[in-house]
Design a protein around this ligand. Structure first.
Ligand code: G6P
Length: 367
């Protein structure tokens, strides 16, 4: 009832608003200005440092977190990382080497495909590292080691706080490994740990945009299709934003890397097609802005998520949502928040059952 939902009309909204507190919990005892302490890394140092490759397996939203995890680990640790859907990995006869480390990401810890994927990898000699929310779950028990997300139970079927918790854990993992390997310079390390510590406060600030996003959502209930575009760190965020909209608003939405737009999706753009751009002030920004101009020229309606203080996008986009400025690798922790809220408010406006969307399950324990 209302009490469990902490006064919020839905679990999903409560969980969106819980994110600052949840991420503080997730970082507590792990993140310090000059170090990151993860017992899973400390206790398995030799095995993790000798890994020649990481393979991330996951499903759904957790797979999107994995795409960002790949960028984090490659950028800071200089180790190649592959990201696979657990359901594809297990049926593909994948090459698994004894020097591989498989990272399984799962909110519930009960997803059948992810569990089967790690059993296969284990049989073939890989070391298995879990990033799991549900303590004592099947995946948590099956892994060799891992870190709990520690964001508390997630009830809404559409994952929100687990996603930002997964990103936080992946950032901590990449930093802990990079520090141990000596692949990140000290100043960069410290600027990142300090900035990560600021993220919960920045999300608090961002959540104040809720009423504006609610207003904006009213304008888009007519849409039957939506395109989400982003580049680099924000490309997986575009995928995740589109997934949120599909899951709870039943609006067909596609996420794409912005530069791929010209290889297909642009053919769909007309004045009935809203296009959401994640266009923060980081590498690739100018290119995303030029994609925006291309959409504008074809009559598409543009919603843009930008870094506060941006003036250029203001001139092109129909709607602008500001997020606080941060370092590029941490941008997804902020840019995903307005996309969660947008999907939520569109679904509510359409009168849909946000916490229990049709045909979906919170955890898929059968194939
Ligand atoms: C289901 C849920 C999604 C979730 C996915 C993976 O599809 O509806 O929200 O992302 O499973 O679940 P997991 O618990 O393994 O993260």
């Amino acid at each position: 009832d209302m009490l469990d939902r902490g006064g919020f009309p839905h679990f999903m909204l409560k969980e969106i608003f819980d994110q600052p507190r949840c991420l503080r919990d997730c970082m507590s005892g792990r993140l310090f200005d000059d170090k990151v302490i993860l017992s899973a890394v400390r206790n398995n140092r030799a095995r993790l440092l000798s890994a020649t490759r990481f393979i991330i397996v996951a499903c759904g939203t957790s797979w999107h977190a994995g795409l960002i995890g790949k960028q984090l680990i490659e950028h800071y640790c200089k180790i190649p990382v592959e990201v696979d859907y657990a359901s594809e990995f297990r049926y593909r006869d994948p090459v698994i080497l004894p020097t591989d480390v498989v990272i399984a990401i799962s909110q519930s810890g009960e997803t059948a495909d992810t569990l089967a994927a790690i059993k296969l990898a284990k049989e073939r000699g890989a070391f298995i590292f879990g990033i799991v929310n549900a303590v004592g779950s099947s995946i948590a028990r099956e892994t060799d080691t891992g870190i709990y997300i520690h964001v508390g139970p997630e009830i809404g079927v559409a994952s929100t706080k687990a996603f930002t918790g997964q990103l936080t854990c992946l950032t901590l993992l990449a930093l802990a490994l990079a520090n141990a390997k000596g692949t990140v310079d000290h100043d960069e390390f410290v600027s990142l740990t300090k900035e990560l510590g600021q993220i919960p406060d920045k999300i608090d600030k961002l959540l104040k945009e809720n009423d504006c996003i609610k207003q904006l959502a009213r304008t888009y209930t007519y849409a039957t299709n939506f395109l989400y575009l982003g580049r680099g760190w924000n490309y997986p965020v575009a995928l995740e934003g589109a997934l949120k909209l599909k899951e709870i608003s039943y609006i067909h939405a596609e996420g794409y890397p912005a530069a791929e737009m010209k290889h297909g999706p642009i053919a769909l753009v007309d004045n009935m097609m809203p296009v959401l751009f994640v266009a923060t002030h980081h590498e690739g920004y100018e290119k995303v802005v030029s994609n925006m101009q291309e959409v504008k020229a074809r009559g598409g309606r543009i919603i843009a998520v930008v870094t506060e203080g941006d003036t250029e996008v203001q001139k092109i986009a129909d709607e602008v949502i500001n997020v606080p400025s941060t370092l590029a690798p941490l941008a997804p922790l902020l840019t995903v928040i307005p996309l969660q809220l947008l999907a939520y408010h569109i679904a509510v406006e359409k009168g849909l059952d946000v916490d229990q969307p049709r045909n979906l399950a919170k955890s898929v324990t059968v194939e």
